[in-house]
Design a protein around this ligand. Sequence first.
Ligand SMILES: [Zn+2]
Length: 466
Amino acid sequence: MAATECRDITEWVEEQVSKPVEEWEERQEQRCKEEDCNWWTLCLNKLFCWFVTVLVKVVRWVVVTVGKWVTRTVCTVVSVLVDLVVAVVTGLVDIVVGIATWDWGRVWDGFVEIVGGVVKGVLGLVRVVLLVDTIDFIREEIQKQQLRDHVRGLLEKRFARDPESLSAAREAIGVDHGAFGLRLTGRLTRTFVSSDRTTAEDGVPDLIRWHEDPDLDIDIRKLAGYDHDSFWRRGRPEVSGADEGQVDRYIADRGGRSFRIFPMSESVLRHKASVCEERARELGLIYEFEYDEREVTDPAYVRLAESEQDEYDVDVLHRIDENVDSSGARNLDLPVPHGGTVFGYAGTLVGLSAHLDDAVGVDGSPFPGSNTSGVSCLDRVPDLVFEYVLAHELGHYFGLVHVDGAHRIMFTMNKSQGKSVFTWWTVPSLLLVEQQPKFVLEEAKRAWDYIVAGWPTKALTTRAHG
Ligand SMILES: [Zn+2]
């Protein structure tokens, strides 16, 4: 959380301090150019004008860069310490509550949280002390500049005959001044099943009928998180309106209770969203998420099959099918990335995605688009590994493909994809340099190729939020 505050401070400085000064510099340069040489001062007036401009430039650059570096370093240290304390406290709570309720899974999770938190905290501090964070800061600043140049080039090409849109897009995205990034509104939907929805004539709730149907892999106790197929592949579903005993009586009585089961708690979804917000900055995307809740009424969307993502997007997330309304799918949906939750997938998947347009992967491989767009993901412990799932799926949303190396967000453990866990950079990256999976510059460029090629003009020329 502290990291979010730090980023906000940095972007505020870029937007409110640096940008007006840079704009003044540009006007001043123009003025210097146009100023007549006064012969009686031997042109010194012109020289003086340039001198002032350069001085302001140097001072502004030093102040802003040093300011950003200090903010970042202080913030990094604070967030490492805060994360450490939070991990230890929540871990201890889980252990104590777990022991009190005989919930050994929770005791184990608490233990993992504490050990993981301490290791992460120590490595995080070592990283700052060895100035690795500072080197990373310099590298990020350079790469951000390279991405800005790339985006400027793309926009100049797309709006070659539309100078008005070009300057609006440069301003909206902050290509030249201010905080760089496409301001996006994202939407996240927490799905749920409800116990009293009934469509059959005999009055037996749908959820009971799904539970009793041998052809469906739906077990209410598993949906609620009381039982699981595998201890290592657990999520943290949330039952609202009933406890375990009441859910059991509901199953035994075939109805008679009113409750909802969510595959993901709100706090877990918000956590995944904040990780996504943080990492999406590496792609030059500035998200703001809206949240809602929607009931799942078709058993096919409780446990999603790989081929069903498009149907899920349309039926559950209410996304537009290109074949039904091509303009709606492009103009209304595409600029608003949308993700939803599921209880599980057929197989060992943790998320799925659909992107509208054909894309080209960082490795040059084709990545064909769908009839609609949207992503889904499930919850799984530990967060240390699975908190990146939403960021990964929303990476696919922008046409990004799978890569080798667990230090990359677009890495996948799915064996059918045949990606290797390690590259030469994986261990140094995860242990010291970055200490978390990230997007790389090449991916940011590909994502922008995708955006500028197919997104509606309005999405590029206006900010979706302030
Ligand atoms: Zn993937």
